[in-house]
Ligand binder design. Sequence first.
Ligand code: GLA
Length: 729
Amino acid sequence: MALAISFDKENQIFTLSTKHSTYQMHIEEHNILLHLYYGKTIATTPLSYLICRQDRGFSGQPYDVGDAQGISFDTSPQEYPTFGSGDYRESCLSVIGTKGETGADLRYVSHEILKTKPKLSSMPALYGEGVPTLAITMRDTFLPVEVLLYYSVFEENDAITRSVVIKNVGTDTVYIDRALSACLDFLNGSFDMVYFPGSWAAERMTERVSVNHAKISLDSLRGTSSHQMNPFAILCEKHTTEEQGAAYGASLVYSGNFLMEAQADQTDQTRLVVGIHPQGFCYELAGSTEFVTPEVVFSYSASGFSKLSHNYHNLYKKHLLHGVWRDERRPILINSWEATYFDFNGEKLLKLAKEAKELGIEMLVMDDGWFGKRDDDTSGLGDWIVNEKKLGMSLHELASKVNALGLKFGIWFEPEMISEDSNLFHTHKDFCLRAGDRPYVRSRNQLVLDMSRADVRDYLFESISLVLQSAHIEYIKWDMNRSLCDVWSANLPPNRQGEVYHRYVLGVYDLLERLTSAFPEILFEGCSGGGGRFDPGMLYYSPQIWCSDNTDALARIKIQYGTSFCYPPSTMGAHVSICPNHQTRRVTPMAMRAMVAMTGTFGYELDPALLTQDEKEEIKEQIAMVKEYHPLLSKGDYYRLTDPFKNGRYAAWEFASKQKDQALLCFVLFKATANPATIYIKCKGLDENAFYQINGEGVFGGDALMNAGLRVPALYNDYQSYIFLILKI
Ligand code: GLA
């Protein structure tokens, strides 16, 4: 295999090689850095011949190029395009100089091939031993601004990460009002874009549109990555399906405002840019300081979405998640939220824990309502002091009693928020984001703390640490229940308010870094009104994220389907809840609810006292099964066998071991019909030459199961489900 990173001095070409892909760049005359190619491996030919220098009219030349009209930033594929340099497409960088002059024109200066990937300052990023990294230094032709472009190559996972460091190497202060992480220019080809929009309780739905000359802009301006659009998108060929066609993924390791924009240009070249949203962003860069962009993770698959998802799943499980829980089976938990909402005390929770223990559940999580004055969502946020009066005991006593029952104990926090009716607000009104004296926007009756401030973070670190030190707490659910608004900080001067959105995100990461380092044994679960911040930035700190507040199994099929394009199922918090379901009022069988939840990080969200004896017996079996199949569910390859947005009759998905010796196929019928057509499901990820037994009964060849299909037994009921255990004999 080719070297992961090479530089062909003669032809001035950089080549990045992964197992199945090639990425090439070219330093052309005048030290302009062009992008040449990203796609299936090409090992034979330097690709600079692809560049066509044709005068297109109305596409100007940089000053030093003179009258060579074929050379224009506007018509050639750029590696890191800048605003104001004659490239009229979407750009990545814009710098404002001391006189207000705006733009940038970057030229290649030097490069270095590093043996390992440097740590990204202040932000989560992929990590790994010996991951080769290319650092290219560019410099503006006018201002003393240097830009370092970083490319790290994860060969096995066909992934390339990119991030950028922008340095002011002069003495005068400049401002950057646009600093995206990466651009991908395609010289030719026509693409579709697949993306994942949604809303609260319906996160990561799936849409696919054609990329034409109108901009397709995927973004969040909510201060978080958001329910409404996930920071992951796929550019693919028109004919790409799960199993065939080229697919390029772009995943931004960032939890704040973002932009992913694609557009075909005047000559049908396609550009994709990814990074922090420029709206509301303007960063002061004093002399000798630098700005670091978040990392974007690109991956390429020549054989459809399935392979692309496997690339991301394997990559994120090994190189993004970290800490002691990365590879461990997570405790099967019961969460108090849907069981009690705010109405609980210590005794009630202990009763819940006792019944849960009898079912085989391993951890009790005390959700919202245990601190300050908090019996509904109008008060208390910010006062992280245990309400012993409400609990009727100390936290230490409660946790000890839960432990004595044989369960671990976990607890809910919503650190970034403040209620107006709280001691914190009365003593520190300036702690929240608030646009000066302007009336502010309330959401769920709460305001947002100014996480850009070190004193706010210190307060949170200290008050949360005190709670964690006071009792044996083994899990934290880190919630965040509104979007940002009034994004203005009392701590920054007027000319630096454009930094607050980003500094907020850095502040959240800083607090998470401090807490996860101080309490490395605690398992963190991310949450934002369910899956409103399901992004790689949060996954770095919390190896599981509550996928959605919608626990209805039918709705969850779509949510988990969309989420699975980028994120490993083992990171998706998924619980079995009571019926009628609290979000949709739907009634579904317990078996189906468990099968859907089993796809993710399994748990329960109900009051066991409301269960029948039969249901309790069922739960015991479910728990035994989840434990037994944990290696397959967490390490196996996940296959989407149907598209729930297209197939209205049934859904199926599968986990297959990498050794191809076992698989678990989940199937659910949506609605029963009279005289139904027989359903056949084509399995994936098996060995064509091996034989498999299904649920201990019939024996079938892998070739038959994958090409002719598995015959689903007759179905009589709505939401009837089957789990097929497929074992190699
Ligand atoms: C959010 C979470 C829920 C629950 C509530 C508590 O909505 O997603 O699971 O924790 O907050 O207020």
